[in-house]
Design a protein around this ligand. Sequence first.
Ligand code: ZN
Length: 133
Amino acid sequence: MINKIDHLGIAVASLEEAGRVYRDMGFAYCGNEAVTEQGVNVSFFEVGESHIELLEPLGEDSPIAKFLAKRGPGIHHICVEVDDIDEALTRYREAGVTLINKQPVLGAGGCRVAFVHPKSTFGVLLELKEKAR
Ligand code: ZN
């Protein structure tokens, strides 16, 4: 059901600045995208079969703006790829896991994603991403 770590999300104040640093460190850049539904601009860098996702807030009320104000830049979430996100959410609900998204929402690349509350995952915001069909 859970295939792999799809990406690690890192909150940054500036994609331009952070992107340059990651490129300088040898990470292969693979694209940029505004995900307005989530209030973020994102850049992806390839790491084997996984990615690093840099997240920059699109505005003041972006969840990333709040995260940066509270904690500064750093790891924001871990994303795992699942085969069937509806099945995963049903299973998690039945297990009493606290979900931020009870239904899948639109994430980067048009994928269906849902976030699990850190209080159910020992302090780590977990993103589920459905495998592209
Ligand atoms: Zn993500």
